[in-house]
Design a protein around this ligand. Sequence first.
Ligand code: C2E
Ligand code: MG
Ligand code: MG
Length: 306
Amino acid sequence: MTLNQQAASGQVADDVEIAAMVAGKDGLRVLLQPQVDLLTGRIVSAEALARWQHPRLGTVMPADFIPSINRQGLDRKLFERVSVRVIEMLQTMRRAGVAIPVAINAPASTLSDAGAVESLLQRIRAAELPASLLRVELTEDQPIRELDVLRASLLKLEEAGCEVSLDDFGTGHASLKLLSAIPLSEVKIDQYFVTRMRRSAVAFEVLRTAAELATRMGWRVVAEGVENVEDIPALRAAGCRYGQGYALGRPMLLDELMIRLRTQYDGGEPLAASAAYASSWIQAYGGGAVKSEADRVQAIQPVATQ
Ligand code: C2E
Ligand code: MG
Ligand code: MG
């Protein structure tokens, strides 16, 4: 069944319904997924992920409404709505003394829009939040049409103190030209490589080389889609200091994240752990990091204690 046929049969939402959701007040929810320091096990930031609570279909995932939003040119409106919610969440976290930076996803068309960037900055000022608590993740689902325009508005964000992250690195439209043109603080290596690196030395080497490039540029390196704690030592060995994935924390409600953050703040000193960077795949999987008992304990402990 095609998507149009599914829409006609009522199994998925159609463009009209999606447009009404973005324009309306109800239905849109924002979950937060923690990003974790793979050396210390501590949550260092979070990513805002949209969900649509649909009266008939239940929870609708972004894959089933973001493409339509982008196609209909409603991406800026979605960005505004998610930003408003994230700013409220940051204010709540701040009042509780557990604020961490939260990243909002946005395609190039939104981030190239000077108006969208300016109103985000205005909202942050009005909320009296440090701009460093808000980050943007440039999603890679669109080719970059006007690099100069995108660069100019990302520079504005950076000057104001909002960091820029490049999402889905390795599987999207990012070229070396893009990497060298826009201001970045972070790259998120796509889960494609993370899930394959255990059985593929090629995937591991690509991931390691991407991490090395990013590290040389002074960007934080985040591994996406970390589903197995057993992979953490290899990720550290490949140069990924940070990770995000079900093994470290699923997308969750604000309250749940705040409980985890409180536990972490009460928990005292971070775990000390060393990492052998720039190992080969053989070292990481053949007889090095993964096989080391100490590393396995360090990989598992941070998750189990939170
Ligand atoms: P993303 O920005 O790369 O977000 C990560 C996605 O991977 C999320 O899917 C997350 O739930 C999922 N994920 C996290 N850990 C794991 C894991 O260990 N294994 C697996 N298999 N998946 C994991 P989600 O929430 O369905 O979002 C999908 C994409 O939709 C996002 O990818 C992002 O590109 C887009 N998106 C989500 N929220 C927004 C939003 O508010 N605005 C825009 N423009 N795009 C959004
Ligand atoms: Mg993202
Ligand atoms: Mg991603």
